[in-house]
Design a protein around this ligand. Structure first.
Ligand code: PLP
Length: 454
């Protein structure tokens, strides 16, 4: 039986009424992908207040790799509720925080002594990684990438690339942030192509030290191993090795922002493993908490210990409910084959998407690692003009037909897949059928596009 069940016109009357209340009570700056209000969610589906059921390709923006309301996570949180809710770890600490730090030190890449601190959000964790890197190196500069997204706080906005809607109107941002092009092969900033380019974009860092900022003034290079909001751009396999080697040549730390690419999404617990690198600092959040707010910075022990006593922390940082939830998430990854499942889902997606690419000129690039997959949509294969409006229409069609999707990319022309890894094959097929219909609804057949271009 189909998981998707639409009982009322979407949005239904209850969701509509809530949207009206929201418009009066909540600022417009907080956007919403769909105007439906959720009542219940399990595994890979959710139900709205009008009784409509959807498959969920968004997973709360990549926070639910182990599934909505995963039983083990819910049980762990219920168990904690009976003991204590909050004490502040800086006042009276608790074992779950320490245990989770120990486990993060074990499961992150690199066979060296590590330490971990927990905070509340991805942005807060990135802020802390920057503080730690500066305290250790005693240098101010941070190099970030075009198309990167690191959060919405002031420092992370400085690191984030996309201007609208994230940065415009919010300047000035903190200084000492320098930006270089990412390995976005589909739209290479240097008009080169891999592998003939010999990773020019990575090697170009040495030019940056001559032309933009002196290497001895750079504390860290921060990168997402696969871009999240930037459109799931997936660099070539040897890119990060070259980049990390260059960083270390100049005493610069490499920070991997694995907020979106972490916790099994790419078929390894961390995408850094897929690239064979061991970041000096690794930032996690989203699916770490299995649906509860939690983020962390894990790194080499001597680097993590650079800030003085009292230099790191936060009132709710690493709260006990989130810590026990994260321990349950790690148990699930140990016990279940979720990493293999991520790869299977990625292969399933790629297989269908390649077939669509043969049929429709709108499918420009299909890319990703494991279960972190996306489609970049273009006006035609030849021009690569971003199909921004069509992308919006596809996402809208999907939601109206029972599939929640979210878009991404500097040109807002990417459909990304962050589906909970517990989706069944039947549900995945159902979701891909909806996506296919959505593309058919806006995409010119390829022959027609070719004729237009001639
Ligand atoms: C790679 C990356 N870094 C940082 C963040 C910010 O995380 P948060 O929204 O939890 O602050 C995000 C959020 O999408 C992200 O994708």
């Amino acid at each position: 039986m189909s998981t998707i069940q639409l009982r009322t016109q979407i949005p239904g009357p209850k969701s509509k009424a809530l949207s009206e209340r929201r418009a009066k009570a909540v600022p417009r700056g907080l956007s919403h992908g769909t105007p439906i209000y959720v009542a219940k969610a399990e595994d890979a589906w959710l139900e709205d207040v009008d009784g409509n059921r959807y498959l969920d390709f968004a997973g709360g923006i990549g926070c639910l790799n182990v599934g909505h309301r995963r039983e083990e996570v819910v049980d762990a949180v219920k168990g904690q509720l009976d003991h204590f809710l909050h004490t502040c770890v800086q006042v009276t600490p608790y074992e779950s925080y320490v245990r989770l730090a120990e486990r993060m030190n074990e499961v992150t890449p690199g066979n060296f002594a590590k330490k971990t601190i927990f905070v509340n959000s991805g942005a807060e964790a990135v802020e802390n990684a920057v503080k730690i890197a500066r305290a250790y190196t005693k240098r101010p500069g941070i190099i970030a990438f075009e198309d990167a997204f690191h959060g919405r706080t002031m420092m992370t906005l400085a690191l984030t690339s996309k201007t609208h809607p994230y940065k415009a109107g919010f300047a000035p941002f903190p200084g000492e942030v320098y930006r270089v092009p990412y390995a976005y092969c589909y739209r290479c900033s240097y008009s080169k192509s891999y592998p003939l380019c010999d990773l020019y974009c990575a090697r170009h860092l040495e030019d940056t030290f001559k032309k933009v900022v002196a290497n001895e003034e750079v504390a860290a290079v921060i990168a997402e191993p696969v871009l999240g909001e930037g459109g799931f751009v997936t660099p070539p396999p040897d890119y990060f090795k070259v980049l990390v080697e260059l960083c270390h040549k100049y005493g610069i730390l490499f920070i991997a922002d694995e907020v979106q690419s972490g916790f099994g999404r790419t078929g390894a617990l961390f995408a850094s493993e897929r690239y064979g690198i061991e970041p000096d600092l690794l930032v996690t959040a989203k699916s770490l908490g299995g649906g509860l707010p939690l983020a962390g910075v894990t790194g080499r022990a001597e680097i993590m210990d650079a800030p003085g006593v009292g230099g790191l922390g936060g009132t709710f940082a690493g709260n006990p409910l989130s810590c026990v939830a994260a321990l349950a998430v790690l148990d699930l990854f140990e016990r279940e084959n979720l990493l293999a499942r991520a790869n299977e889902l990625g292969e399933h997606f790629q297989r269908r998407a390649r077939e669509w690419q043969r049929r429709w000129g709108i499918i420009g690039d299909i890319r990703g690692l494991g279960g972190m997959q996306a489609l970049e949509l273009v006006k035609s294969h030849e021009t690569k003009v971003p199909a921004t409006e069509e992308t919006k229409k596809i996402s809208q069609f999907c939601y109206e037909h029972g599939l929640i999707t979210i878009t991404a990319g500097t040109y807002s022309n990417v459909i990304r897949v962050l589906v909970p890894l517990v989706i069944t094959n039947e549900q995945m097929n159902e979701a891909m059928d909806v996506l296919e219909s959505a593309i058919a609804n806006v995409g010119e057949p390829k022959d027609a596009v070719a004729q237009l271009v001639q």
